[in-house]
Design a protein around this ligand. Structure first.
Ligand code: NAG
Ligand code: NAG
Length: 339
């Protein structure tokens, strides 16, 4: 999902911040029905209010809530993507030092998730920009990642996502930034973790070839060989994830065919890091079709994550926050076979 939506929801949904946490409690960890290694949710909050940097905790941004993690792990989810702002964690310059207020918030949610045996994805939700400028300083970007990865070097349940949805940049720059992140993470001594890389054009699966990502992204190298290609796929007409209407009941599987072929012919692993559709029968069929197709190609698809959970979404069309989020009540009950 793009900046505009985050700003919009960040501005309008703050009222619910004071609502009491969901009463759901974790009783047992559900048995996983699917073959996927990772099934999870994007947990928004810390990237909200991103026009206000650094911003204030509780006013401009918040952190995902522990009880939501409990509830969703109880339903079988095992991976949570935590969008953050690069500028909030390391302000002023990418080679700088961490802001301890923000770091404590990140540590708290990451350690909570991984302490329960889940995976936590650290997702700089920056679209390849730092203070709104396209990042061209690959050495600075590498330094940002070395500083960040050092904090989690000993936690193998952390996953590093180089950046959310690069777009409108040179494809070659996107490849260089991904490689710099990989190099920076490994240089920090973080050698056990998966690294999720993302492509240009909002890392869309449906445009993986036409955008040019297919031409260059395959050349990324990791001495630990733990790269997973994170692609995003929404099922509305322009693929932007802004409508509750899906193109057709078969659009999900159609849109990831090309990327599936690329993963197979290049011997790579992929994950759908963001997907969603409206709470209606056409979208539910489209999502089921896509996840079923991924399950039958689980040699290359490691899993999927819904967009999105988090305490401030309110009545958002794709809201996956318990107990009353639109997708939590209207879509999730139809997805149990794919978790
Ligand atoms: C650190 O972050 C907090 C909010 O997370 C902010 O209030 C504070 O101004 C920041 N400090 C610096 C030096 O950026
Ligand atoms: C829709 C959306 O924003 N999904 C995010 C999941 O992580 C994020 C979300 O902010 C990236 O954009 C994706 O947009």
């Amino acid at each position: 999902m793009r900046f505009l939506d985050i700003v919009l929801f960040g501005a309008t949904a703050v009222g619910s911040a004071l609502a009491a946490p969901a009463a759901d409690t974790l009783t047992t960890t559900s048995k996983r029905a699917s073959k996927f290694q990772f099934v999870g949710i994007n947990e928004s909050g810390a990237e909200f209010g991103n026009k206000n940097l650094p911003g204030q905790l509780g006013k401009d941004y918040t952190w995902p809530v522990h009880s939501t993690i409990d509830t969703m792990m109880g339903k079988g989810f095992n991976i949570f993507r935590i969008p953050i702002m690069m500028e909030r964690l390391i302000p002023t310059k990418m080679t700088g030092t961490v802001n301890s207020t923000y770091q404590q918030g990140l540590d708290d949610i990451v350690n909570y998730i991984t302490g329960k045996g889940g995976y936590a994805i650290i997702d700089p939700h920056n679209f390849g920009r730092y203070y709104d400028q396209i990042i061209t300083d690959t050495a600075g970007f590498k330094a940002w990642w070395t500083t960040t990865a050092k904090m989690y070097a000993s936690n193998s349940k952390v996953i590093f996502d180089t950046n959310n949805e690069y777009h409108d940049m040179d494809n070659s720059l996107v490849v260089k930034l991904n490689q710099a992140a990989i190099d920076g993470i490994r240089a920090a001594g973080a050698t056990s973790q998966y690294i999720f890389v993302e492509g240009n054009s909002y890392t869309g699966a449906w445009t993986w070839t036409s955008s040019g990502n297919a031409a260059g992204m395959g050349s990324l190298t990791d001495p630990q060989n733990k790269i997973i290609y994170e692609m995003h796929q929404y099922l509305d007409s322009d693929g932007s994830g802004t409508s509750a209407t899906c193109v057709s009941s078969t659009i999900g599987q159609e849109r990831i065919k090309d990327a599936t072929a690329w993963l197979k012919s290049n011997g790579k692993k992929g994950i759908i890091g963001e997907t969603a559709g409206g709470a209606n029968s056409q979208c539910i069929s489209a999502i089921q079709g896509m996840l079923g197709y991924m399950a039958s190609n689980s040699d290359v698809w490691a899993g999927w994550l819904w967009w999105g959970g988090g305490p401030w979404w309110g009545t958002y069309i794709y809201g996956m926050e318990p107990p009353s989020g639109t997708a939590y009540t209207g879509v999730l009950p139809s997805l149990s076979a794919y978790i």
